[in-house]
Design a protein around this ligand. Structure first.
Ligand code: ZN
Length: 166
């Protein structure tokens, strides 16, 4: 005989993620001999789904997400995924003739192109506060992963540029 207690047990175990076989064995512990198939039959007739589980898990997840979002807004937590590497040549200079002589404070000093070539220029976009580069080139210059590599490259880039204009 199925009792309300047995139904409640099945529902609770099922929505908690137990398999029908585990529930069947659990019922045996309650003195009810119900086969796995009988358990499945009840679950289907009653229309219980695993997603009917108490929303505890979801709530915890949401809270964690909210906490993460708050912490992130305060700059405490890095984003979950590292930002994809930023391509450093994807922006064109705002002014193709923006040379070192024309570059002004507050303009991005990221060199674009080859200093040997006539089309060489600086990016020239508005810089980020306290940075020599615009938002885009800050991301390129300060991206975390290939930093060592990038630093080396920047240094040699700058060195070759300096050698050019010296
Ligand atoms: Zn820039």
């Amino acid at each position: 005989m199925w009792t309300e207690q047995a139904y409640a047990f099945v529902r609770e175990r099922w929505t908690a993620g137990a398999s029908a076989g585990q529930i069947s064995r659990g019922l045996l512990g309650l003195g009810l001999h119900k086969t796995r198939n009988a358990v499945i039959g009840v679950i289907h007739r009653r229309g219980w789904r695993k997603t009917d589980a108490p929303k505890r898990v979801g709530v915890v997840y949401k809270v964690k997400r909210a906490m993460r979002a708050t912490a992130k807004a305060r700059g405490l937590v890095p984003p979950l995924m590292p930002a994809p590497p930023v391509q450093d040549e994807e922006l064109a200079p705002v002014d193709p003739r923006l040379t070192v002589q024309r570059l002004q404070a507050g303009q991005c000093a990221w060199p674009i192109g080859d200093p040997k070539e006539p089309d060489f220029a600086f990016c020239g976009r508005a810089t980020e506060p306290e940075r020599p580069y615009c938002a885009h080139h800050c991301r390129v210059a300060y991206q975390p992963r290939p930093q060592q590599e990038r630093k080396k490259r920047d240094t040699s880039r700058l060195a070759s540029f300096m050698a050019r204009i010296a």
